[in-house]
Design a protein. Structure first.
Length: 109
């Protein structure tokens, strides 16, 4: 889980391979949305991250690429953007520690 913003965050698949959007709700529920080009494989062309969820994205197939877009209204504002701290997030959601460690970086110096 990398980021959180206080409003909905629509994502759109443009081209490339599929990716997973991983979400943790404020209540601690983990969910996965799959964006990609092939609905027969369970992919969606668009998905919405609900307001207040922690989220991160990962490619479903390593060494591929995905071009996606994110549309926001009102416009994105860095004042609303929150970057996760691995240990704090893992303490808050210990049941998702393995995924949090996979999708975050350790703190820098």
């Amino acid at each position: 889980m990398r980021t959180r913003i206080p409003r909905i965050y629509p994502w759109e698949c443009q081209t490339g391979a599929s990716l997973s959007l991983w979400l943790i709700s404020p209540q601690g529920t983990l969910s996965r949305l799959r964006l990609g080009p092939d609905p027969s494989q369970g992919h969606c062309f668009q998905a919405v991250v609900p307001a207040g969820c922690w989220f991160a994205a990962s490619l479903d197939t390593p060494e591929t690429f995905a071009l996606v877009g994110c549309t926001m209204a009102p416009a994105f504002d860095f004042a609303d953007f929150e970057l996760a701290r691995r240990e704090e997030l893992a303490r808050q959601f210990p049941q998702h520690r393995a995924l949090i460690e996979k999708l975050t970086r350790t703190a820098g110096p």
